[in-house]
Write a protein that binds this ligand. Structure first.
Ligand code: ADP
Ligand code: MG
Length: 408
C-alpha cells in the first residue's frame, strides 16, 4: 500500500483527502477539535509538496428516511461543515482555507478549479448527499473526477463502504490515479494489525473485554478467542456468561438469547476465558441517595444488579496483565459513567500503567477510549484508537476494513 510518504511530484496536483472531521458540535460550536488536530500531520505533509487539497468528511447524521423535506433541511443545517472550516483555518495560520457549501455540481467544480497551490478547499458534509451512505457510483465518479490523487486518513470511517471512503478510491484506481494512506490511518492500521496477528514475542497476549452487550461483541470474542492466551471478561456482558454457567445474577442485565452462545464460548476456551469472581452491586441503577451498594462474591442476590467487577476480580485481572506482552482492551469493566462503579475500569488502567514500556497495549472502542482519557491514562497506552467502530471491526475481520482494503 502507498502512503503519503510515497507520493512524489505533488506540485499543482489536486489531492482528495478523506478526513474524519466528524467533531462533536452544536450550533456551530465545536466542543472538541481533536479529530481536526489528528489530521494535521497528513495535511501539512501534502501542503509541503505544494499540492491543492480537497478535504471531504461527514459530520453527524442526516436521516434520509425522514419523509418531511423541512426536517431534512433542519438536519443539514445542524450538521453544516462551515464552522469546521473556520476551526481548521485557525489551526493552519498562513494557509488559505476555502469552504465549498455544496457537495456536487458546477459550484463545487468551480471551487476546485480556483484552488491554488498550497491551498485547501474543505467541502460541505458528504452526508448532504443521499448517495453517500449508499456508495452511489455516479456520485463517487463525480468526486473522483475532481482530483488527481486519493489519500485516506479517516480511520473512524474506514469500516464504512460509502461513496467518499470506497467509491471514490475505486473510481480513481480505475482511472490509474494513485491512492494512498495518510499518517493517522497508517498508525491505526499498524498498531491494530499487531493485535490481529501477534508474533511469538507478543505472548502472552491478553484481551480485556467488557461493555454492555454480548451480542454486540460476538464477532470480537470469536476472533480474540482464536488469537489470545487469556480473555478477561467484565462489564454487563459478564453476567450473561455467569448466568449461562448457572450462577444467580440477580437483576443484572442479561441477554437470554445469548446464553447458549456464552456457554459454548466458555467451554471452547478451555480455561482461557476468565469471569469476575466478585461484583459491585446495587438495588437501584439510578443514582438515588438512598440506594444500597455492596460488594458480593459469587451469586448476586435477587433485587441487585452487578455494575462493576469487584476488588478480588480486579486483583486477579491485574495479575494476568502483569504477565502480558500484548494487550487489547475493549469495553469498560463497569458503569464508569457513575462514580461508584469506576474502580474496575480504573484498576485495568492501573494495570496497563504498571506494564508500560514492557508490553504493547492497545485500547479500542468508543466508550473504552473515552474512559481511558477521562481517567487520565491515555499516555500509558502504546495506542488508544481514534476509531470506535472501526477498531473493533478491524479485530473482528482479521485486519480487514473496506476503506483500507480498497487501497491495497
Ligand atoms: P465500547 O464503546 O468501548 O465498545 P460498549 O459500548 O460496549 O463499549 O459499552 C460501554 C457501556 O457499557 C457503558 O455505557 C457502560 O456504562 C456500560 N456498562 C458496562 N458495565 C455495565 C454494567 N455492569 N451494567 C450496565 N452497563 C454497563
Ligand atoms: Mg460504545
Amino acid at each position: 500500500m502507498l502512503t503519503v510518504d510515497n507520493l512524489k511530484d505533488l506540485k499543482g496536483k489536486k489531492v482528495y483527502v478523506r478526513v474524519d472531521f466528524n467533531v462533536p458540535q452544536k450550533n456551530g460550536v465545536i466542543r472538541d477539535n481533536n479529530r481536526i488536530v489528528a489530521a494535521l500531520p497528513t495535511i501539512k505533509k501534502l501542503l509541503e509538496g505544494d499540492s491543492r487539497l480537497i478535504l471531504m468528511s461527514h459530520l453527524g447524521k442526516i436521516k434520509w428516511k425522514e419523509p418531511d423535506p423541512a426536517k431534512i433541511e433542519e438536519m443539514k443545517k445542524a450538521n453544516d461543515m462551515a464552522p469546521v472550516a473556520k476551526a481548521l483555518a485557525e489551526l493552519l495560520p498562513g494557509v488559505n482555507v476555502h469552504f465549498c457549501p455544496v457537495t456536487h455540481g458546477e459550484e463545487l467544480k468551480k471551487a476546485v478549479e480556483e484552488l491554488k497551490d498550497g491551498e485547501i478547499l474543505l467541502v460541505q458534509n458528504t452526508r448532504y448527499e443521499k448517495g453517500e451512505e449508499k456508495n452511489n457510483e455516479e456520485l463517487a465518479k463525480e468526486w473522483a473526477s475532481l482530483a488527481d490523487v486519493y489519500v485516506m486518513d479517516a480511520f473512524g470511517s474506514a469500516h464504512r463502504a460509502h461513496a467518499s471512503t470506497v467509491g471514490v478510491p475505486t473510481a480513481m484506481k480505475a482511472e490509474g490515479k494513485p491512492v494512498a494512506l495518510g499518517y493517522l490511518m497508517l498508525k491505526e492500521v499498524e498498531n491494530l494489525s499487531r493485535c490481529v496477528e501477534p508474533s511469538e514475542k507478543d505472548r502472552p497476549y491478553v484481551a480485556v473485554l467488557g461493555g454492555f452487550k454480548v451480542s454486540d461483541k460476538i464477532k470480537v470474542i470469536d476472533s480474540l478467542l482464536k488469537k489470545c492466551d487469556k480473555i478477561l471478561i467484565g462489564g454487563a456482558m459478564a453476567y450473561t456468561f455467569k448466568k449461562a454457567l448457572g450462577e444467580n445474577v440477580g437483576s443484572s442485565p442479561v441477554e437470554d438469547d445469548q446464553l447458549d452462545y456464552a456457554k459454548k464460548c466458555y467451554e471452547e476456551a478451555k480455561g482461557r476465558l476468565l469471569l469476575p469472581i466478585d461484583s459491585v452491586v446495587t438495588n437501584h441503577f439510578d443514582e438515588t441517595p438512598d440506594r444500597d451498594i455492596k460488594t458480593v462474591t459469587g451469586d448476586i442476590p435477587d433485587g441487585y444488579e452487578g455494575c462493576d467487577i469487584g476488588p478480588k476480580t480486579a486483583e486477579m485481572y491485574k495479575n494476568e496483565l502483569k504477565k502480558a506482552h500484548l494487550v487489547f482492551w475493549n469495553g469498560p469493566m463497569g458503569v464508569f459513567e457513575q462514580k461508584d462503579f469506576q474502580a474496575g475500569t480504573i484498576a485495568i488502567c492501573e494495570a496497563i500503567r504498571a506494564i508500560k514500556g514492557e508490553a504493547f497495549t492497545v485500547c479500542g472502542g468508543g466508550d473504552s477510549a473515552s474512559a481511558v482519557k477521562q481517567f487520565g491514562y491515555k499516555d500509558d497506552f502504546s495506542h488508544v484508537s481514534t476509531g470506535g467502530g472501526a477498531s473493533l471491526e478491524m479485530i473482528e475481520n482479521d485486519g480487514h476494513l473496506p476503506g483500507v482494503d480498497v487501497l491495497r
